[in-house]
Design a protein. Sequence first.
Length: 339
Amino acid sequence: MIRFSENISLKSFNTFGVEARAHYFATVSSFDELKSLIRNFDPGEDKHLVIGGGSNLLFTNDFKGWLLKNEIKGITVAKETEEEVFINVGSGENWSDFVDYTVDQGWGGLENLSLIPGTVGAAPVQNIGAYGVEQEMTFFNLEACNLLTGKTSVFNKLECDFDYRNSIFKGAEKGKWFVLNVTYRLKKHPKLRLDYKPLLDFFRETPKNKITVKAVSETVKVIRRSKLPDPEKLGNAGSFFKNPVVLHEKFLQIQQHFPEMPFYTMEYDTAKIPAGWLIEKAGWKGKRMGNAGVHQQQALVLVNYGKATGKEILALSEAVQNDVLHKFGIALEPEVLIL
Ligand SMILES: Cc1cc2nc3c(=O)[nH]c(=O)nc-3n(C[C@H](O)[C@H](O)[C@H](O)COP(=O)(O)OP(=O)(O)OC[C@H]3O[C@@H](n4cnc5c(N)ncnc54)[C@H](O)[C@@H]3O)c2cc1C
C-alpha cells in the first residue's frame, strides 16, 4: 500500500543530514503502486524526484513536488550457466547488502564496490565506481518506468550511455524514469581486479590462487572504513566533486608548477587529476566555514558538523570551486545532485 504524507522533513532521508521539506512524499514498494501514483500526477504541473538512500543529494531548498522514496525489494536469479549468473534485483534493495549477498555466493564482479551507500536503483543512474571498477562492467540491463506515461522500458548497456559517474538518466533522460530493477551479469570463476594500488599492496604477498571474492570485499571494506567518514556520525555524501579530466596540454602546464601532481592518463589525449589533491593543494583540507567543512583526512568530502544548512554546504563548495579555478584554472564539477 502506498504510504504518502505532506510537508515532511527530509533530514533523515539524506546522508548530509540537512533540513528541508518535501511538499508531497510517497514510499513506493512496487510497480503497481507507482502506476497508481502516476495516474494521479498532473503531468503539466507536478515535479517529481526519485530517491533511494539520499547519499548523493544536497537539499538547498524545500522540494516543491513529489518525492518518491524507493522501497522496491527482491533478488532473483534470472539465468545461470556453468560460468555466469544473471541476477535481477529490486531497485530499492540496499546496494551494500546486495553486494554482500553476491560475495557470499562466491560470484565475482561487484566485490570492489562493497560498502558504497545507497540503493541498487541509483547505481546505474550514477554509474558508481570504486577501486578500479565501475558498475557498468557487470551491468546487463535495467527496467524502468516512465514517470509521465507509467509505461515500462528495458534499457541495455549501450542505451544507458554510461560514462564516468554518468548515464543517460543524468543526461538526456534526466528526471523522466523510475528504475524498477537491475540485472547484473556475474562470474562464477571471476578474474579479480586488484590493480588499484591499496589492493595491490594488500595482496602483494598472497599467492593469486588464495585470493577470494570475499577477501577482496573484506579488504575494500577495511580500506573504506579507514578513509571515509561514516555519514551516521558525520553527515556527508562521499566525494562531492568529480575528478576533472583535462586536455594533455593543460595538464602539462599545471605539471610544470607541480611536478608531484598525481594523474591518470586517459583516452583522447586527456588526463584525469584527483580533485581531492587539487583541493588539498589549494589549502582547503580540514577547513571549516561555519557548520560545514572539508573533511580532515579526505579533501574530496564535504561534511556537516551537525547544524549546517544545505545553503551553507553549497556556499563552501562554491568557495572551493572558485579557489581551485583561480589557482589551477580547473572548473570542478559537483558529483552530488544539488537541489
Ligand atoms: C560515505 C559515502 C561514500 C561514497 N562512496 C562512493 C563511491 O565509492 N563510489 C561512488 O560511485 N559513489 C559513492 N558515494 C555516493 C553514493 O553512495 C552513490 O551515488 C549511490 O549510488 C547513491 O545511491 P542512493 O540510493 O543514495 O541515491 P540518491 O542519493 O537517493 O539519488 C542519487 C540520484 O539517483 C537518482 N535515483 C535514485 N534512485 C533512483 C531510481 N530508482 N530511479 C531513477 N533515479 C534514481 C536520484 O533521483 C538522484 O538523481 C558515496 C556516498 C557516501 C555518503
